[in-house]
Design a protein around this ligand. Structure first.
Ligand code: PA5
Length: 468
């Protein structure tokens, strides 16, 4: 069954103060314009993420590279893949690994992983973590996937420099190059230049696909294929969702419906915080991926100098966060929507043994199953929120398989593009992160950061009276 969205609990009168029929009729017309806007951008060639399910050349090149690496045998056989990257270059691979490989993939032995490598994704420059990981890897049996669309992000370049020096020192220059592959812009950037000059293997991120929309490029598909994820299934699910969102009629467009609901909830009902709460560990990192997508795409000035728009995304996990955040969702400020992701449980559900029949706090659980409990808790939480007038909706997935995850990724990416149109912002840039980058360059002494250094000097110094 395809992925479905149940938004009953977003609407009045099911929810007191929910979205009204009149608001919904008005947004239908606005959505048609938003849909046309996305189509126009696609027509201009700027929304490459929509074409990725059909990019046969790109996916063939990825599979060929994977087949080549998989031929390494014996003492050279691949044991560990390490993605060096950050933000959109890291969150997609993490989400795919968690969703589509058995739990605790990196802790399984070779047989448990079917002979496939472990997958580590750095996503930061914390020295303790990087040093510890590099210290325990067999570098000869490792592959480092340096992932950066721009090919120059400070964190990723720093990770690369550390790794490259360790590889050269352990294996020598020629063997070091064999342990590197760059995933980067087809033409531009420092990584591309190094790859050209030194003959390092590369796979391209199409020029018209930005970081947080790149999970279906080799950014996500290369690590996924290396650890045995069904990339074809992923792409098929994404293609199917794209087809389901071809219409400018809101009722027929699930991504459009999701975007319109969240937009209205934020702008007309003060629901500025938008929680994504999968019920199940497999999708927990999908929520982090979504947070970056929604935040970096929509939190913007509409025109230079305005006060800024955009919802605040928040990741939660059911049932874990019922014991952490749900109190806030129920009784805190009425400024949130909650989107649950429900997964129908498969055959691997675990029965809860009927022990302690004489203790009421335990006896009622016996004979049920863990997955059943998880799903009942989701329904109970959704119902409780609804009873308190807290809007929520549910994305229902049949199972966490490659097709379903492909559907989910495309739904949320398309929803982001539509929401960008509804808010009137460019969902595909991130000018707000530039000043912080420039200040970093200035403090590290980068030659072209003189203007930023001067601006940095103008900032107030810490006031001893205000340091406690
Ligand atoms: O979504 C984005 O564009 C960003 O989050 C980038 O992915 C992140 O800044 C890393 O950039 P790059 O891939 O150029 O190294």
């Amino acid at each position: 069954m395809p992925l479905r969205l149940d938004y009953t609990n977003m609407m009045a009168p099911a929810i007191a103060g929910g979205i009204t029929d009149a608001e919904w009729r008005a947004i239908e017309a606005r959505f048609a314009t938003a849909h046309a806007g996305v189509a126009a951008l696609h027509g201009e060639g700027t929304l490459g993420f929509l074409d990725l399910p059909d990019d046969r050349d790109l996916h063939r090149a990825t599979q060929e590279y994977v087949a080549r690496v998989a031929r390494r045998a014996g003492a050279d056989a691949l044991a560990d893949v390490v993605v060096l990257g950050i933000g959109g270059s890291a969150l997609g691979p993490i989400a795919l690994r968690t969703a589509l490989r058995p739990p605790q993939w990196n802790l399984l032995d070779d047989a448990g992983r079917g002979g496939r490598p472990r997958l580590h994704v750095l996503d930061n420059v914390d020295p303790a973590n990087i040093d510890a990981l590099l210290g325990r890897l067999d570098l000869r049996r490792s592959l480092f996937v340096v992932t950066s669309k721009s090919g120059g992000t400070a964190e990723t370049m720093a990770q690369y420099l550390v790794v490259r020096a360790r590889l050269v020192s352990a294996l020598g220059d020629a063997a070091a190059k064999e342990r590197l592959v760059f995933v980067t812009d087809p033409e531009k950037g420092a990584l591309r230049a190094i790859a050209r000059a030194e003959g390092i293997a590369t796979l391209p991120i199409p020029a018209n696909v930005g970081g947080r929309f790149s999970v279906l490029t080799p950014v996500g598909t290369l690590p996924a294929a290396l650890i045995g994820i069904d990339v074809a299934g992923l792409l098929a699910g994404a293609a199917d969702m794209r087809t389901r969102c071809a219409s400018g009629t809101l009722r027929q467009n699930v991504a459009g419906t999701y975007a319109a609901l969240q937009f209205l909830a934020d702008t007309a009902h003060g629901r500025h915080v938008q929680v994504l709460m999968p019920y199940g560990d497999a999708l927990r990192d999908m929520a982090d991926w979504f947070v970056q997508l929604w935040a970096e795409s929509l939190g913007k000035h509409r025109v230079a100098g305005d006060e800024g728009v955009g919802p605040t995304p928040l990741a939660a996990l059911g049932a874990t966060d019922q014991h952490s955040q749900v109190q806030l969702f129920m009784e805190g400020p009425p400024d949130k929507t909650v989107t649950f992701i429900a997964v129908e449980q498969g055959a691997r559900d675990v029965e809860i043994p009927a022990l302690h029949a004489d203790i009421p706090e335990l006896a009622y659980l016996g004979g049920h199953r863990l997955g059943e409990l998880l799903d009942i808790e989701r329904r109970a939480t959704a119902g409780a929120l609804a009873r308190r007038g807290r809007p929520n909706m549910t994305l229902q997935m049949e199972s966490v398989d490659a097709f379903g995850v492909g559907e989910l990724l495309m739904l949320l990416e398309l929803a982001t593009a539509y929401a960008g149109q509804l808010y009137g912002v460019d969902a595909f840039n991130q000018p707000g992160v530039e000043l912080g980058k420039q200040f970093t360059y200035a403090m590290l002494g980068r030659a072209d950061a003189e203007a930023a250094r001067k601006e940095w000097e103008l900032l107030p110094k810490p006031d001893p009276e205000r340091v406690i």
